[in-house]
Design a binder for this molecule. Structure first.
Ligand SMILES: C[S@@+](CC[C@H](N)C(=O)[O-])C[C@H]1O[C@@H](n2cnc3c(N)ncnc32)[C@H](O)[C@@H]1O
Length: 664
């Protein structure tokens, strides 16, 4: 995509600087995290993807969609069930759409179908509307998040090729350019698989750096007063599909003050930039800027010298003409700047000074002071993660790669206080595991699945499946087993029931009877589930596991653990019971009092010198967990990978802010 300020032509220079300055012998390529903080088209992050884990960020939503649906993916998402139903490749199908009955916001406002604006021909505008709404229609039934963003990214990449503009959406051309008459065509992008965890964020850069650590941070902010929102508003509107209020000849959507970039403000940019550099948690910093920019070369160097090792600060000037080879620039004095600076305290291989946020704990054996360093750069390979054979509501499997990167390396004992499906417990990789849940059926089940020899376990399970003739269609057999189980509960019968139940849920009524309905045509003890069960059993047989069935506050009083233990808590969520976390399940309801008690318990864990990680959501579909937000102020709140900016448009989409809260 053509993009103002794109660094496509500067990539060789950036690579040269990374090779010269950042890749010393003690940093191995395969665990370097490259953060592209103002990613735009994502072209810079993309160029480093084959070497490093990449993290991209941009405060514009369409840029996030490009990154989420293309740059960070490691494979083309699976469209099998959709393609089975539509009978062809998904993009071939979309490329044939364009029915005038599906004309919508774009046709009505950005083409002469319904307005005076000439951004698109009527045909292409209608086609954009039809494709966009088709993607939304498919979302629930057919599309994973990866697949959804992939299709949106394909659409966004295709739109500029048929836009009647001179490069940006700040204005449309008054005469038709021939590109506008091309037929809008979505194409599969080339996806690079780096077998690493890559992430995309849609945050203000200054906010992200407070929580996101990296090895190399690349900074390419806007350098003049022109907002990217004015230039790319239409791509945002297509990405959001939220029918916003628009105004003026250009039909620009309204952006709130917080969505506009402070990097475009002459008055505020210096403070904003200084805060950014102060807060960055990366060893190597590379900045692109222009000699024509609002901040002077001297101002940038002063800030770098103040917060980085002054000896390392370096500036390379690249004549603008060389970089923009096709553009004739009248001012030969204009240079593209590349600054480099180092924050040695964030070096990973050799720690020169004590890191920010580190804390001292006494180890149980030696009572020596032991330094715990944040380990956000330790990325787990998602291929080695095990998924629990229990499909638990609120299960953390999808978030695991991100979450585990924040777990310290030296945990010798993990206490999974609200174990549920045990997705976290089995993947942390420490030698001792304490499994606790208030639901004793769940604890018995986990213990059985973990302790029983696998042959016996499979044989017992299959005997239930045979005896009750369980299948995707035999509702009667399922109901018979459910009734027998409720008279005479045992863990293997429960697992057989779960395997054929609706969404594989573990649900009990107030009398502690299993009451989840039949999973008609969907649920079964499939080959995939069988494999998960075998691996789960194998993993648990390799570690030392103790099982408890206690309310969390009692568990804490009961345990004696080492100082290198970590308490992991994934409680029911106060503001999102149901789809995220069902606190009830026939057991104790999760109330503000429970929440408060948990906070007090975690404070106690903290004051005793132990580490904890709490998973939660601070905001969900318009409601905020104020109790949690206030309490968490004294700890570290780490946002997980969600798209959020504070625009009113997002309230309609019902954003959820998933976080982990740590005390180390
Ligand atoms: C110069 S462009 C980046 C170009 C990018 N390196 C490329 O090659 O495509 C600057 C980007 O910063 C984004 N941006 C501006 N202010 C921001 C902020 N405060 N936080 C995050 N992104 C911001 C803009 O939306 C724009 O995409």
């Amino acid at each position: 995509m053509r993009y103002i300020g794109s660094k496509r032509n500067l990539i060789a220079e950036i690579e040269g600087m990374v090779n010269d300055k950042c890749l010393s012998n003690n940093v191995k390529n395969n665990d370097v995290v490259f953060l592209d903080l103002f990613a735009g088209t994502g072209v810079v992050a993309q160029s480093f993807k084959s070497k490093f884990s990449i993290v991209t960020n941009d405060n514009m939503y369409f840029s996030y969609v490009l990154a989420r649906g293309e740059t960070i993916l490691n494979e083309v998402p699976n469209f099998d069930s959709l393609e089975l139903d539509i009978g062809c490749d998904v993009l071939d199908y979309l490329n044939k759409l364009g029915c005038s009955t599906r004309a919508g916001f774009v046709a009505n406002n950005y083409s002469q179908f319904g307005s005076d604006r000439m951004y698109f021909t009527e045909e292409n505008a209608i086609k954009i509307d039809h494709i966009r709404s088709q993607i939304e229609d498919w979302r629930e039934k057919y599309l994973s998040d990866d697949a959804y963003y992939y299709l949106l990214a394909c659409l966004l990449q295709a739109v500029p090729f048929v836009s009647n503009i001179s490069g940006v959406y700040g204005a449309y051309l008054k005469k038709w350019d021939k590109r506008a008459f091309l037929d809008l065509t979505l194409k599969h992008p080339a996806i690079i698989n780096n077998n690493k965890l890559n992430q995309a964020f849609n945050l203000d850069a200054n906010e992200l750096v407070r929580n996101q650590k990296a090895d190399i941070c690349y900074i390419d902010p806007p350098y003049n007063g022109r907002q990217y929102t004015s230039n790319y508003h239409l791509l945002d509107t297509i990405a959001y599909a939220d029918n916003p209020n628009i105004k003026g000849i250009t039909g620009m959507r309204e952006y709130s003050a917080s969505e506009k970039s402070i990097y475009c403000s002459k008055v505020k940019v210096h403070d904003e930039f200084e805060r950014l550099i102060a807060d960055i948690q990366a060893q190597h910093i590379i900045i692109s800027y222009s000699s024509d920019g609002i901040m002077s070369e001297e101002a940038i160097i002063d800030v770098l010298k103040k917060y980085c090792d002054p000896e390392t600060v370096h500036l390379k000037k690249i004549p603008y003409r060389k970089y923009k080879s096709k553009i004739v620039c009248s001012d030969s004095a204009v240079n593209e700047y590349m600054f480099y600076a180092q924050k040695p305290e964030f070096a990973r291989a050799e720690v020169l000074t004590k890191k920010k946020n580190s804390c001292y704990l006494a180890t149980s054996e030696t009572d020596e002071k032991h330094v715990i360093y944040p380990t956000a750069t330790k990325i787990k390979d998602s291929n080695t993660l095990l998924a629990s054979p229990l499909n638990y509501i609120g299960g953390k499997f999808k978030l695991l790669p991100q979450m585990l990167s924040h777990f310290p390396d030296d945990i010798d004992e993990l206490i999974d206080v609200f174990a549920g499906g045990l997705n976290v417990g089995i993947n942390v990789g420490c030698k001792k595991l304490i499994v606790n849940d208030i639901n004793h059926f769940v604890v018995d089940l986990l213990k059985t699945l973990g302790d029983m020899p696998i042959d016996e376990l499979l044989a017992a399970l299959e005997s239930y499946i045979d005896r009750y003739e369980l299948s995707k269609t035999n509702r009667e057999g399922f109901l018979r087993l459910r009734s027998d189980y409720n008279k005479n509960p045992n863990p293997i019968a429960l697992y057989a029931l779960i395997c054929y139940s609706f969404n594989y849920q573990i649900r009990f009524n107030g009398n502690l009877e299993y009451n989840n309905p039949f999973g008609k045509d969907r649920s079964s003890f499939s080959e995939k589930l069988r494999r998960k069960l075998i691996l789960f059993n194998q993993r648990l047989s390799q570690i030392d596991v103790d099982y408890f069935n206690l309310p969390f506050e009692e568990l804490i009083e009961t345990l004696v653990v080492s100082k290198k233990a970590l308490f992991y808590c994934d409680p029911p969520y106060l503001i999102s019971t149901g789809s995220y976390n069902d606190g009830n399940r026939g057991f104790k309801n999760w109330t503000p009092e429970q929440e408060d008690k948990l906070h007090t318990t975690l404070d106690k864990i903290n004051s005793l010198g132990y580490r904890f990680i709490l998973s939660n959501v601070t905001e969900h579909k318009g409601s905020k967990n104020q109790q949690l937000i206030e309490w968490a102020k004294k700890y570290n709140v780490v946002p997980l990978n969600f798209n959020y900016n504070n625009s009113s448009y997002n309230t309609k989409q019902g954003i959820t802010k998933e976080v982990i809260i740590t005390n180390f």
